[in-house]
Design a protein around this ligand. Sequence first.
Ligand code: ZN
Length: 68
Amino acid sequence: MTQIDTSKVSRWDQHGREHVVRVHRTGVQRTIRCGTCGWRRRAQFLPWLKAEEHLAEAHQATVDPTAA
Ligand SMILES: [Zn+2]
């Protein structure tokens, strides 16, 4: 059985480095936090989209390792 881990978003940059944003849930609130730079924000809706945006803008990390 394949299970998708939705508690984090990982992307690779052009140097092959992995950047991970983790999604924490507290009640109805979600907090996302970048493991590379410590950036964090609250995102009630679509936290994974916000995580992807951060990874692309801050780290130029746009390669999805799970999309191969
Ligand atoms: Zn970051």
